[in-house]
Design a protein around this ligand. Sequence first.
Ligand code: 5GP
Length: 191
Amino acid sequence: MNPGKVIILSGPSGAGKGTIARHLLSREPRLSFSVSATSRAPRGDEQEGREYYFLTAGEFRRRADAGEFLEWEEVYDGLFYGTPRAEVERLWDRDRVALFDVDVVGGMNIKQVFGDDALAIFIRPPSLEVLRKRLVARGTDSPERVEQRLARAGRELAFVPRFDVAIVNDRLDDALARAERLVRDFLRDDA
Ligand code: 5GP
C-alpha cells in the first residue's frame, strides 16, 4: 500500500467530526488516528497520547519554534493545537493511513502538503441554528463560549469549497455511511 495517504476531517466544533472519526477508525483497519499536541488541559477521561499529547504553552511554543509541527494553530484564544511531524511518520512506519481531526485552517494546510494523497472532508452542520442546539445540549460550554464557537463556525463555513468533499451531518447514520464510502473509494487502489 502507499504509506503516504491521509484523511483529513475538518469542520466546526460540534458538527460531529469526533463521532465520524471514531466510526471510521472502527470500520477501516488501515486508518490510525493522528494524535495532535495541544496546550489545553485534558477534559473528562482524555488520556495523554490517546486524544492528545498535552503540553504546557511554553513547551508547545518551543516545539513550534523548532519546526516539530507539520502545522499548528491558535484555535482558541491562548490555546494551541498542532500536528507533530513525528506522529505522521510513526503511523507511516506502521503502514497506516493517518486520520486527522483538525480545524479548517489546519485541514487546508495539511491538504496543501499532501495534495492528491489527501482526502479533505468538511463535516458541516445542517445549519448554524442546529449547531447552536447541539452545543447547548452537549453542555460543555458556557453561553459565551457557545456564541464564540458559533461565530467561528460561520467563518469556517466559508472554507467548504476548498475541501475535496463536504458531508452535511443531518442524520448521523447517513453521514457515517457516506464518510465510510468516501474513505473506501479513496483507499481502493491501495488494498
Ligand atoms: P477540542 O479542544 O474540542 O478537542 O478541539 C478544538 C478544535 O481544535 C477542533 O476543531 C479540533 O479539530 C482542532 N484541532 C485538534 N487538533 C488539531 C491540530 O493538530 N491542528 C489544528 N489546526 N487543529 C486541531
